[in-house]
Write a protein that binds this ligand. Structure first.
Ligand SMILES: Cc1cc2nc3c(=O)[nH]c(=O)nc-3n(C[C@H](O)[C@H](O)[C@H](O)COP(=O)(O)OP(=O)(O)OC[C@H]3O[C@@H](n4cnc5c(N)ncnc54)[C@H](O)[C@@H]3O)c2cc1C
Length: 408
């Protein structure tokens, strides 16, 4: 049944999903496939937010919580996500250019070496498929790496994909299952009956539904102002892209506490991002999707420093900025929002939406159907910051000692 059909018959949606990024589209697909009448509202365009402006790395999850029950929950979510991504071509008939050759976290200072040696040991304790390589071993995996590097951590089961294609694959599948995706439609506010959320107001229209899911990432506090300050903070990231080059990067890479990262697309373009610390205020609190020359210059230096063959050879084709939703502990807010029955949150995906969104979609559909999602979602409880507010410390500054810093 098409989404417009249920509307024409005077029906109302069972579930309203707000947000047309990878998370919202993944959720809309799973709910519609479950037979729910779904209305997705997206105020700009599909993948117009972070989901269309990211690096496309996947499988990494978050290493901030290794070797703890939280780390195990993150690893399980990441593994479930990877399994769903692998299934996408057959399940949805979509080519998302998923490549999983493993990734290298490149070490170029003794400080990074000490940090990664400890991180690898603790991730191995938690069962992660990760090994520390010396310089020659790392250069055997990716010969283009500079001989000046000190080594790298190689993590299996990680790689990259084409983010835009994944979002559109989920969106198309949601439509095939009868969801209505209303583009250019902003949810202005939640409709409430007492504590309960009973719908949204969009374009002045009051739209009632049994359930509302906010997949609005960085923009969630605007619709849910009672979230403690700092629970989700916008953070600007920037990416630089070269014109197509012959194959050079055999695997995606990260470096400098994973703050810089990059990959080569199957058609030869090299994408690289990072250097947020050269943005005003590290890009925290920024909502303008605007690039800044110091950040782009830092990214270019990172590329030519790690891969000397690129110096004088790579041509920049374009650059862009996008806004992430950072949380105080680097983990998403995923599940029913306790203080407001009828409301589910799936927001705050930090720099890892493509490691978690597919699994998050299925988990939300399971929760709303009363099924056991088969995942430990306790660490992602959306109201976990309620008690004392969010004690905010940029999780991505953790582990960094003296590094390159620019004028704020
Ligand atoms: C530069 C950069 C690099 C990144 N690199 C990676 C990477 O390599 N790997 C990785 O996994 N992740 C990466 N990320 C993070 C990743 O992009 C996000 O985690 C992911 O896209 C989050 O998806 P989302 O659907 O939650 O959010 P978004 O894609 O931001 O979608 C939210 C949507 O909600 C809509 N919206 C907001 N408010 C309303 C409203 N009131 N009404 C209607 N619609 C509304 C917005 O328009 C937007 O389209 C990166 C992000 C950036 C910016």
């Amino acid at each position: 049944m098409g989404g417009t059909v249920w509307r024409e018959h005077g029906g109302r949606p069972d579930v309203i999903v707000v947000g047309g990024g990878v998370v919202g589209c993944s959720i809309a697909y799973r709910l519609a496939a479950d037979g729910r009448r779904v209305l997705l509202l997206e105020r700009r365009g599909l993948a117009a937010g972070a989901s269309g402006r990211n690096g496309g790395m996947t499988g990494g999850g978050s290493s901030l919580h290794a070797a703890s029950s939280v780390g195990r929950a993150v690893a399980a979510l990441t593994a479930a996500n990877l399994a769903l991504l692998r299934a996408v071509p057959d399940e949805l008939g979509a080519e998302i250019e998923l490549r999983l050759p493993g990734t290298l976290d490149v070490i170029s200072t003794p400080e990074q070496h000490a940090h990664l040696a400890a991180a690898v040991a603790s991730q191995r304790e938690g069962g992660g498929g990760i090994v520390l390589l010396d310089r020659d071993e790392a250069r055997a995996v990716m010969p283009a790496l500079s001989p000046a590097i000190l080594g790298a951590a190689f993590a299996a089961d990680r790689g990259h994909l084409w983010p835009f294609a994944l979002v559109h694959a989920f969106a198309a599948a949601a439509r095939r299952h009868g969801a209505e995706l209303r583009i250019g439609s902003a949810a202005e506010r939640l409709l409430r009956a007492g504590d309960r959320v009973v719908g949204v107001v969009a374009g002045g229209e009051r739209i009632a539904a049994d359930e509302v899911v906010l997949a609005t990432n960085a923009y969630t506090p605007a619709l849910l102002p009672e979230l403690p300050p700092g629970a989700i903070v916008p953070a600007r990231g920037q990416i630089l892209v070269t014109r197509p080059l012959p194959p050079l990067l055999t695997v995606p890479f990260g470096t400098n506490f994973d703050k810089e990262y990059g990959r080569q697309t199957p058609d030869g373009r090299i994408l690289c991002g990072g250097y947020r610390r050269l943005d005003a205020g590290e890009g925290l609190g920024a909502t303008a999707e605007r690039v800044s020359p110091p950040v782009l210059a830092g990214i270019a230096r990172c590329l030519t420093g790690l891969f000397p063959a690129l110096a004088g050879r790579a041509r920049v084709a374009r650059a862009w900025a996008g806004i992430m939703g950072f949380t105080a502990d680097g983990l998403p807010l995923l599940g029913p929002y306790g203080p407001a029955p009828g409301l589910t949150l799936a927001a705050g995906f930090n720099g890892n939406g493509f490691s978690w969104a597919a699994a998050a979609g299925r988990a939300v559909a399971d929760l709303l159907a009363g099924r056991d999602p088969g995942l430990d979602l306790a660490p992602f409880r959306p109201d976990r910051f309620a008690a004392g507010g969010a004690a905010w410390r940029n999780p991505y500054t953790a582990g960094e000692g003296v590094g390159e810093r620019g004028a704020a």
